[in-house]
Design a protein around this ligand. Structure first.
Ligand code: PXP
Length: 237
């Protein structure tokens, strides 16, 4: 399984002081050296952490940039001119601390189909951040997505609750969605709330192409350094 690191968290620390430190691009250089497969940045409408300049620099220095974004016309325009390897479309709410759930594909079906077509014309892979259920996989395929990133946040919360029944239920739900998505020709990623412990049940699933991880890796980097944190996670995958 490949690993993409989300560097929004570095920008979040920078924005607490607005003094240009620490910089996501410096973390990206370390991550690339540690053998990361991709870098993810979420350019939010309100620019609360990363900004347009981060996106430009990261596109220039990273092997594979995944731009996470809402279905917002201004950000779509930036994505089209930046041409990252991949975009991941996510729902965005002004008050949320982090992305809280998957995209409502049925609600934005027409716009999604149009935008996905435009991105694919530019040879940008399109991933949709979605809930792990069959109907959503079918809708993702219908609107033309290349990839589904299955939201693992509910599973991560179940893991924290230590409730075995809840954990098993979420693992099964994700595994079923992985197998179904793969069977209808979608590439499968997972992300949100993943850690070195809770990723174990999925680590050897060959149908999952990539894990997208931010908070845990940046947190572990405080204790052990970014290079070690990435290497530790990569060993498990
Ligand atoms: N994938 C998506 C679509 C996300 O929105 C996020 C959070 O920014 C992540 C993965 C990474 O989640 P975490 O920071 O909990 O590892």
């Amino acid at each position: 399984m490949k690993l993409s690191i989300n560097l929004d968290h570095v920008a979040t620390i920078r924005q607490q002081r607005k003094e240009g430190f620490p910089e996501p691009y410096f973390a990206a250089i370390i991550a690339e050296k540690a053998g990361i497969d991709g870098i993810t940045l979420h350019l939010r409408e309100d620019r609360r952490h990363t900004n347009d300049n981060d996106v430009k620099i990261l596109k220039a220095i990273s092997k594979r940039l995944n731009l996470e974004m809402a279905l917002n016309d201004e950000i779509i325009k930036i994505a089209k001119s930046t041409k990252p390897a991949q975009v991941t479309l996510v729902p965005e709410k002004r008050q949320e601390l982090t992305t809280e759930g998957g995209l409502n594909i049925a609600k934005y079906k027409d716009k999604l189909a149009k935008v996905i077509k435009e991105f694919r014309k530019l040879k940008i892979d399109v991933s949709l951040f979605v809930e792990p259920d069959k109907k959503t996989m079918d809708l993702s395929k219908e609107v033309g997505a290349d990839i589904v990133e299955l939201h693992t946040g509910t599973y991560a919360n179940a893991y924290l609750s230590k409730n075995k029944g809840k954990i098993e239920k979420e693992i099964n739900r994700i595994n079923k969605a992985v197998a179904y998505a793969h069977s209808i020709g979608l590439r499968v990623h997972i992300g949100h709330g993943l850690t070195i412990d809770n990723i174990q049940p999925f680590a050897k699933n060959e149908l999952i192409e990539e894990a997208s991880i931010g908070h845990f890796l940046i947190g572990l980097a405080i204790y052990e350094g970014l290079e070690n944190a990435i290497k530790k996670m990569r060993n498990i995958l």
